[in-house]
Design a protein around this ligand. Structure first.
Ligand code: GAP
Length: 441
């Protein structure tokens, strides 16, 4: 049975809190709007999302390298990138109830959709968070929290290209926090003011831009499918001309069918040579690439797949959620891909006596020694323990029972099919790591 969609988001929010995926930030103080903390299961899930992205975008490729740039950058970066002048959303306030809205989300700009009161004129609101560097809080000390990780890559283009001796086409990938003072954050972790991006800037000879743009559209769509998202819940949507950002020649979103409607997971943009040229002009240092073969300098074009780690994590959670069976067979399960699942194996001694805990401890220790993220649980009935692991998305459970003591075999139970089979206790690590390897590659 598929999960009913109308309350799916509130179900997800409470499951995430109960099971330790995601908590509200500063909850004991009443929470801080749009800020979320990842708990023990959530932090593993999000790390797995980022690792799967890094594996696909960096480690499995010969043409992409990584970077970890600082969050605070020279203020001129944001002048050159266009963020200072143009990274704004249109804002209106209700004169009666004081609620704020994004003007481009309203049909009627005269009347407050909440109380019917009069709205202010539309004004531009810059989304960058400002702070001060050093002890003096004046204009000359103003710095911004980066609103995208991309600019750290552009300003380092030649450093990376020369140090790693690369020639277009090649890419620079980065994962890190970004900050936007969104007017209307919401839908749980979908739109927040602090979030993590996974961005890759792919530098290509200008004549090859279309080929690489189409290539990255397909690669990025396929990545979500390879990590377990149902293809029918994904689509590619090309931006119309009037939707394009100031730097883009073309853009396409990978969208997911969230319970609140089709929404952007990731954008793939053709940024042309806009950023390299802007930084060259504003810094006075040329970021043109010197092609040894043609002995010419040129500005490569940039194809940018830009994803959000939090949005991807939310999509994986929502997509994997299912309520199955009837009556006492009913269960809630997160059918997470093994690469994304926070815990890979749960080790469950049937009872806390007859030598079962000792056997289970040994298997648990072996799994940990082999870096298989595992969990040991000896509390409550075996049915309840399976149910808890299903709800956490754990793909495999290993149960140590009375037969183990007779023939040294244990039961492996698979989350999705609920199939159970026995293997020798000494073969658990090999059996599980084989399965994980097959699923993750
Ligand atoms: N460098 C291009 C860029 O930043 P973007 O479409 O504004 O493009 C890329 O952002 C991705 O970052 C989005 O597709 C989304 O996954 C994530 N993202 C952007 N704003 C976000 C927010 N307020 N909360 C959570 N994720 C966000």
């Amino acid at each position: 049975m598929a999960a009913p969609s109308q309350d799916l988001m509130s179900t997800m929010v409470s499951l995430c809190k109960r099971r330790g995926f995601i908590f509200q930030s500063s909850e004991i103080y009443g929470g801080l709007n749009s800020c979320w903390d990842y708990g023990p299961l959530g932090v593993e899930l999000k790390r797995n999302v980022k690792e799967a992205w890094w594996r696909a975008m960096v480690h499995s490729r010969r043409d992409i390298v990584g970077l970890d740039a600082s969050i605070l950058m020279h203020p001129k970066v944001w002048e050159a990138s266009g963020h200072l002048a143009g990274f704004t959303d249109p804002l209106v306030d209700c004169k009666e109830c004081k609620e704020r809205f994004r003007a481009d989300h309203l049909e009627n700009l005269k009347k407050c959709p909440k109380c019917g009161g009069q709205l202010t004129e539309v004004r531009k609101f810059n989304l960058m968070f400002k702070t001060f560097m050093g002890p003096v809080e004046d204009a000359s000390a103003t710095v911004f929290m980066r609103p995208e990780t991309a600019q750290g890559i552009f300003v380092n283009f030649l450093n990376v290209q020369q140090a790693a001796r690369l020639k277009p086409p090649f890419g620079i990938a980065q994962i890190g926090k970004s900050f936007r003072n969104e007017i209307t954050p919401g839908n749980f972790t979908y739109r927040t003011r602090e979030f993590e991006q996974m961005e890759m800037e792919f530098f290509v000879p200008p004549a090859e831009d279309l080929r690489w743009y189409n290539y990255w559209k397909k690669m990025r769509f396929d990545w979500y499918v390879s990590c377990g998202i149902k293809p029918e819940n994904l689509r590619l949507r090309d931006h119309s001309k009037d939707e394009l950002a100031h730097y883009a020649k073309a853009c396409c979103d990978v969208e997911y069918n969230f319970p609140f409607g089709w929404s952007e997971l990731e954008g793939i943009a053709n940024r042309t040579d806009f950023d390299l040229r802007q930084h060259t002009e504003h810094s006075g240092k040329s970021l043109a690439f010197f092609d040894e073969e043609s002995k010419q300098h040129y500005f490569p074009y940039v194809i940018e797949p830009a994803a959000g780690a939090d949005r991807a994590a939310l999509a994986f959670l929502v997509d994997s959620y299912a309520v199955e069976g009837e009556g006492k067979d009913a269960r809630t399960v997160l059918r997470l891909h093994p690469a994304i699942a926070p815990i890979k194996v749960a080790v469950l001694p049937l009872v806390k006596r007859d030598g079962m805990p000792e056997k289970a401890e040994k298997i648990f220790a072996d799994l940990l020694k082999n870096s298989v993220r595992s969990f040991y649980d000896h509390t409550s009935s075996i049915g309840r323990r399976y149910a808890r692991q299903d709800e956490a998305g754990t793909p495999y459970c290993v149960t140590i029972d009375s037969q183990t003591l007779a023939d040294d075999t244990v039961t492996i139970r698979e989350r999705d099919s609920r199939a159970q089979y026995r293997v020798a206790s000494g073969a658990v690590v090999a059996a599980v790591t084989e399965k994980l390897k097959a699923a993750i590659q």
